[in-house]
Design a protein around this ligand. Structure first.
Ligand code: GDP
Ligand code: IMO
Ligand code: MG
Length: 424
């Protein structure tokens, strides 16, 4: 698997960190291509549990270079704190490479994220309030400040002052909140510059040279397909492209470099924040999924909304990403259910939708067309061979393959690194 994109096939929190950690054992580079510290990727190695927000999951292997590419938005304070945390826990953060073109999350982005959510009231998106949306907004309106600007103090100060001229008017007049001081922000950020300098480079060059050499490169998606700003449940999405196209743009590599696109999907589904969710369970079964699956956000601690596996959405993820295989996680969480449901289609206004409906309002009032499959009852956390799974569990996986239209390559049966079945 020389160059492989590994991305979320649902609404995030599918277990991407866990999947990347598995692949990274044989990787030379792991590249984060979009998003910022809205992500929370948990890795469990033995008794150690590590949650990463910005640094790619390959950091745990000494032979692997973690790269934060130009499509990301970087809060420098968070990045430095994460590197310090890793150092304290015995990992070597000196290898982290950061794109000089990545955009910076500024203090006013965080503040705007919070006040815009308040302004939206009942229509709020339920963001992580890390400043992601406002940072990408500035990037696309060409007001953004990039990592490389940190190394030119005069330009940096000018850019902050110009940005604040606009932001302070917004903050004070529209959002009725206190303006911010440019001097304090400039001093704080220039203080981060020297610490970050040794990590900053042209990551597109680095990654393309690695691919040319035949090195193994993984592209690590954050969030998930249904949170993609173009292909997700807009506006209840994040402000970047977690889908496979985003991996190319965000890393500066061409499409012909990619050998495989792996979609990570939970054996059920969850989402944090607001927005449509056809298979959401508001009953005791939903509660059971949340409790058994430990479905509480890594970043914000929020309870994740949970529901049965949505195969319409998964088939959609296969299509928009060109998935070549699935990495199915958390099958063990379903072990105690007597029967399991999966949505093969949606029905709305007498019409059956086998594909994602073109009108998003349908997602709010459609009924999932469920197929009920038998549960297995047995503990599967110790299974390592697909043929040793109970036949009902195998059937569940095979049903997913058939309806989603892609092979399941791996089945994860526990959070720990070794709790994995290699299928094909
Ligand atoms: P990510 O954002 O996609 O990396 O996913 P998160 O780390 O936010 O959430 C996934 C959670 O499920 C983490 O706590 C993982 O340790 C855990 N996890 C991953 N795979 C499995 C699995 O197969 N079984 C169980 N029980 N937990 C898993
Ligand atoms: P990982 O990488 C799940 C959701 C937020 C909100 C929406 C927009 O751990 O899978 P944002 O702060 O990005 O502007 O919020 O996106 N969201 C996530 N949900 N997993 C994530 O990351 C998420 N990152 C953002 O809850 O609904
Ligand atoms: Mg997560």
């Amino acid at each position: 698997m020389p160059a492989t994109i590994v991305l979320g096939a649902q609404w995030g929190d599918e277990g991407k960190g866990r999947a990347i950690d598995y692949f990274a054992e044989h990787a030379d580079f792991v590249v984060r291509y979009q998003g910022g510290n809205n992500a929370g990727h948990t890795i469990v190695v033995g008794e150690q549990r590590i949650a990463l927000s910005l640094i790619p999951s390959g950091i745990h292997y000494s032979g692997c270079v973690p790269v934060i590419a130009s499509g990301t938005v970087v809060d420098p304070k968070v990045l430095i704190e994460e590197m310090d945390m890793l150092f304290r826990r015995g990992f070597d953060p000196t290898r982290v490479r950061l794109s000089s073109n990545a955009h910076l999350i500024m203090p006013y982005h965080r503040k705007l994220d919070a006040v815009i959510e308040r302004f939206l009231g009942k229509n709020q998106i339920g963001t992580t309030k890390k400043g992601i949306g406002p940072a990408y907004t500035d990037k696309f309106s060409r007001f953004g400040i990039r990592v490389q600007d940190l190394f030119d103090p005069k330009i940096f100060a000018e850019k902050v002052e110009t940005a604040l001229e606009e932001k302070n008017k917004l903050l004070a007049r529209l959002y009725n909140t206190l303006p911010m001081d440019a001097g304090g922000i400039v001093d704080e950020y220039l203080g981060y510059a020297e610490r970050l300098r040794p990590h900053v480079t042209d990551t597109s060059l680095l990654v393309n040279e690695a691919i040319s050499r035949g090195d193994t490169v993984l592209f690590e998606g954050a969030q998930g397909t249904l949170l993609d700003v173009d292909h997700g449940t807009y506006p209840f999405v994040t402000s970047s492209n977690p889908t496979s196209g985003g991996a190319l743009v965000g890393s500066g590599v061409g499409p012909k470099s990619i050998d495989e696109v792996v979609g990570v999907a939970k054996a059920y589904i969850s989402r944090v924040g607001t927005g449509p969710f056809p298979t959401e369970l508001h009953d005791e079964t939903g509660e059971r999924l949340i409790e058994l699956g430990g479905e509480y956000g890594t970043v914000t601690g929020r309870r994740r909304r949970c529901g049965w596996l949505d195969l319409v959405a998964l088939r959609y993820a296969v299509r928009v990403n060109g998935l070549t295989r699935l990495f199915l996680t958390k099958l063990d969480i379903l072990s105690s259910f007597e029967t399991l449901k999966v949505a093969n289609a949606y029905v709305a206004d007498g019409e059956r939708h086998h594909e994602m409906p073109p009108q998003q309002s349908i997602l709010y009032h459609c009924e999932p067309e469920y197929e009920e499959l038998p549960g297995w009852g047995d503990d599967i956390t110790g299974v390592r061979d697909f043929d040793d799974l109970p036949k009902e569990a195998r059937r569940y996986v095979e049903h997913i393959q058939d309806v989603a239209g892609v092979a399941v390559g791996w089945v994860s049966v526990g959070p720990e690194r070794s709790q994995l079945i290699e299928v094909s």
